[in-house]
Design a protein around this ligand. Structure first.
Ligand code: NDP
Length: 291
């Protein structure tokens, strides 16, 4: 069976990371008790969900503070990701934004720093800032988020753009638009994909696969939960290679355990065919789904 890890980064910066990580959107905002959120992320780390995905946007920095508490004393066990707002992604502003994120997280470096979505600051400036942050040891790698295939091609053609480690986009069973163009582009350039909203909290509105009786029935047959089915589907290997890291957000301990156990679930060809029949991939290019 294919190991449940994905390689992030190129050359000397390449690193293997478990294919399921942890999201933090809506943490640090008082929706769940702060202690519960910290414990959930710690529990995820205990269970092998090493990657923690933050952003300066989430809770206006509050999610980074929660993550910072969760990794205290165990920084090396985590693979920390954060994101810069597009309007903070300038030559100097990105440095300031990164330093503020590091302070909130209580660490001296990020494992991966992403441009949250395409903005109006020239990409050349953002790339220059990312390069300076790498040289200063403040970030290990850089990447982007919410970039479609044309955006990726533009980035890739710029000096330093090919160093992009990955693209983080919305991807789940009921939102498969990226399979027609973006996912093949990333595969061709050997860049993994980080799947946000893997439990379909958003995207392709009007469908909620977690509550779909057909999906629940299939999951029950397999002896797993429908959330685990969605995660195992998102990280399924293609042609023997894993290229997706799913980052479900979970504040409840039972959800964390569920998600971690999905790392070991392998879906056979018959199950994948049944899922394709229930939620077919589109035939042609569709605009990138975003939250
Ligand atoms: P998800 O698809 O991860 O859904 C999160 C919801 O699912 C929460 O309500 C959570 O509940 C619930 N849940 C988690 N695990 C289970 C389970 N095993 N069974 C049932 N329910 C479960 O949505 P998100 O929007 O949070 O996306 C994940 C992460 O992706 C974000 O947290 C963020 O880090 C990132 N993201 C990035 C974006 C970008 O633009 N780059 C945009 C959106 C998200 P509970 O918390 O109560 O446990």
């Amino acid at each position: 069976m294919t190991a449940s890890t994905v390689t992030i980064g190129h050359g000397d910066s390449a690193v293997e990371v478990p294919a399921i990580g942890q999201g933090t959107w809506f943490m640090g905002e008082g929706r769940a008790p702060r202690r519960q959120e910290i414990d959930a992320l710690s529990r995820g780390l205990d269970n092998g969900l090493k990657l923690i995905d933050c952003a300066e946007m989430y809770g206006d920095g509050g999610a980074e503070e929660v993550a910072g508490e969760a990794i205290r004393g165990r920084r090396d066990e985590a693979f920390l990701v954060s994101k810069v707002y597009p309007w903070n992604a300038g030559r100097d502003s990105a440095i300031d934004a990164c330093e503020a994120s590091l302070k909130r997280l209580g660490t001296d470096h990020l494992d991966l720093y992403l441009l949250h979505w395409p903005g109006t600051v020239p990409l050349e400036e953002t790339l220059e800032a990312f390069e300076r942050l790498i040289d200063a040891g403040k970030i290990r790698r850089f990447g982007v988020s919410n970039f479609d295939d044309a955006d990726m091609a533009t980035l890739h053609a710029l000096p330093g753009g090919a160093g992009c480690a990955l693209d983080q986009v919305l991807y789940h069973l009921a939102s498969r638009g990226i399979e027609t163009a973006l996912r093949p582009w990333l595969r061709q350039h050997r860049m993994p994909l980080m799947a946000y909203c893997p439990l379909a909290q958003a995207g392709n509105l009007g469908t909620d696969p977690l509550a779909d009786p057909a999906l629940i029935e299939l999951a029950t047959e397999l002896g797993i939960t429908s959330a685990q089915l969605l995660l195992a589907w998102a990280i399924r290997p293609i042609a023997g290679r894993r290229e997706v890291i799913a980052i479900p957000k979970a504040a409840h301990p039972a959800h964390v355990d569920d998600n971690a156990a999905a790392l070991a679930i392998h879906l056979d060809a018959d199950t994948l065919a049944r899922l394709d029949a229930l939620y077919p991939a589109p035939n042609g290019k569709v605009p990138l789904d975003i939250v």
